[in-house]
Design a protein around this ligand. Structure first.
Ligand code: OXD
Ligand code: MN
Length: 586
């Protein structure tokens, strides 16, 4: 372990220790010996279960408290001096008040426990645009997950010793008491405090808390963007590589799209797809006036149920070693894991996510929690791109927004220009999923998939998008997609998964001014013969349904957007102008 010499770090760690009163402090150096010792300790206490070393080498199983299984948006707080800075979509608490409340909860919260200090870097250590955090926690699970999701330990200490700045992240599982759970962000102080949870999204503070909530705040201040977006690379048959960045709400298939395997007919033509990121993109304008994106994470914290060889074989392969599984079902016969949607029969001798005997006979009882997860190293991913490892940005040609909507939104639609694209993102809506606590399947507006993750006033966030557009001479083209359109019998019309590449190729052709489109009140939609549909058995009627912008449906949608805008309060004129134009054209 390298000695820490940064006095700011030392003072802050001491301050946290005198508040939380741990029995000892352990600095995480990231060495394999230290991590192995922690895994062993966690297995001894029953916190982790070691899985079958032959079938799943280096893999572990973990269960959270049954009430602590998803991000908790109601208990996620943006604590600033002024309410206006957090805006109407965030839970705001005045920052001194929040500090006072949190101090009471953190007082002695680590008594009898070890306090782990995890220096970590979001991004390849020392690379341009990487940023450092230090997470203090009393959970070995957090240490081991941070080791997969970020770059931790000595190399980060070296950066800190050179005087690098850092985000102060304090976490204590405390009593894992749902009534006293808070995930509080103090963006004015580069500080995050999370208590009484042990679920990933609430406690792996580098991810949603730093890379998105604090990141979006910093991005606005410093002139860059932190977005809830995957990044992928499409290589054309002639070897040319193009990059796409896409935003979907949680559990709407970002990981699947990021690891897409082209359908056979496009593989035969020579198309290849590579993964750069599946959840978070930091972006800035390059000297050439284009938008560059990087994935600052080092692993994937993906939803397990529904992952199978058809939906996402790359993800499945990624989780075969050095992975932590949370709240999935355990197969006791061979000490492996199982979840709903895996293309393997349910275990006859299993244990469900609650630890109860389970054999899949009662279809109403799930073996794995719908938001059960895998935490897996990005380097395991068969489709990982070489660009992932350099930490340099890739130039984005197309930005894709999308939600889960049974009706209304067409398969794909191109905005008229950047500002109109910001409008398409601002009115993004989706049926809710199990990734956050609350009802599932309810349509909610989730602009740019950032509603739960924007660390400041959403109106200022839209303005920031518009301002960033002005800085680019060659901005990406913006599209909206919907893979989830259903027919009147409730069946998905579009096959989805690898076939989504067909829509992405149309988008890239549009970027080159090649593919045909028809103009609708919503923007440009593909003509029926401009999509490559070879090998799909879609009827003409189905295609019509996928590509139609139905005016009557959209008149109703318009009312919803107006109500949504009214909730947001003040809005950039560029957006209200786009809304007005939509209304006129309808
Ligand atoms: C996630 C989420 O875990 O968006 O990525 O909830
Ligand atoms: Mn996410």
């Amino acid at each position: 372990m390298i000695e820490i010499k940064n006095q700011k770090v030392i003072d802050w760690v001491n301050e946290c220790a005198s508040l939380t009163k741990p029995k000892e402090i352990l600095w995480i150096d990231g060495s394999s010996e230290q991590l192995e010792a922690l895994r062993k300790e966690a297995c001894e206490t029953g916190e982790l279960i070691k899985l079958n070393e032959e079938k799943l080498p280096g893999c572990y199983y973990y269960r959270t408290d049954p009430k602590d299984v998803a991000r908790d948006e109601k208990r996620t707080v943006i604590a600033t001096e002024r309410r206006e800075d957090a805006g109407p979509t965030n839970n705001w608490v005045q920052k001194d008040e929040m500090y006072a409340k949190m101090r009471t909860l953190f007082d002695g919260s680590m008594k009898g426990r070890t306090m782990y200090v995890i220096p970590y870097s979001m991004g390849v250590v020392g690379s341009e645009f990487a940023k450092i955090g230090i997470e203090i926690t009393d959970s070995i699970y957090v240490v081991l997950n941070m080791n997969i999701m970020t770059r931790i330990g000595d190399p980060v200490i070296e950066e800190l010793n050179k005087g690098a700045d850092f985000i102060k992240c304090l976490h204590s599982k405390a009593e894992v008491n749902a009534e006293k759970k808070y995930i509080a962000h103090f963006p004015e102080d580069d500080t995050i405090w999370s208590i009484n949870s042990a679920y990933g999204g609430n406690v792996l503070l580098g991810k949603k808390c730093f890379a998105l909530r604090i990141g979006s705040w910093l991005g606005r201040k410093e002139g860059w963007m932190a977005e809830h977006m995957l990044i992928l690379c499409i290589e054309a048959p002639n070897g040319e590589k193009k990059y796409i960045s896409a935003a979907f709400p949680s559990a709407c298939g970002k990981t699947n799209l990021a690891m897409l395997i082209p359908p056979k007919h496009l593989q035969e033509k020579g198309y290849k797809v590579y993964t750069i990121g599946d959840d978070i993109a930091w972006r800035r304008v390059g000297a050439d006036g284009r938008l560059y994106a990087v994935n600052r994470e080092n692993g994937f914290f993906g939803v397990a149920p529904g992952t199978n060889s058809k939906s996402n074989n790359n993800a499945l392969m990624t989780t075969k070693k050095n992975t932590i599984y949370t709240n999935v079902c355990r197969n006791l016969d061979d000490n492996t894991v199982w979840w709903e949607g895996l293309d393997q029969p349910a275990p006859t001798n299993g244990e469900d996510w609650l630890g109860r005997p389970w054999n899949g006979e009662n279809a109403a009882e799930k073996g794995a929690h719908p938001n059960s997860r895998f935490t897996a190293p990005a380097e395991n991913c068969p489709s990982i791109a070489p660009e992932f490892f350099t930490g340099e940005g890739v130039p984005i040609s197309a930005i894709i927004f999308g939600g889960r909507r049974a009706k209304a939104e067409p398969l794909i639609c191109q905005s008229r220009d950047w500002n109109h694209g910001v409008f398409l993102g601002s009115k993004m809506s989706s049926e809710t999923t199990a990734a956050a606590n609350g009802a599932v399947g309810v349509v909610r507006y989730d602009p740019m998939a950032m509603l739960p993750f924007c660390g400041y006033n959403m109106s200022d966030y839209f303005q920031h998008w518009i301002d960033m557009g002005k800085k680019m001479t060659n901005p990406p083209k913006i599209f909206n997609v919907n893979w989830f359109r259903k027919d009147d019998e409730g069946h998905f019309i579009w096959p989805g998964f690898g076939d989504n590449l067909r829509a992405l190729l149309w988008a890239l052709d549009r970027c080159d001014g090649k593919a045909d489109a028809v103009e609708t009140p919503l923007g440009y939609v593909p003509t029926k013969d401009s999509l490559d549909l070879e090998g799909l058995d879609l009827t003409d009627q189905q295609l019509d349904e996928l590509l139609t912008v139905d005016r009557e449906t959209w008149k109703k949608e318009l009312e919803g957007i107006k109500e949504w805008y009214a909730k947001l309060g003040r809005l950039p004129k560029e957006l209200t102008d786009s809304l007005e134009r939509l209304e006129n054209e309808l």
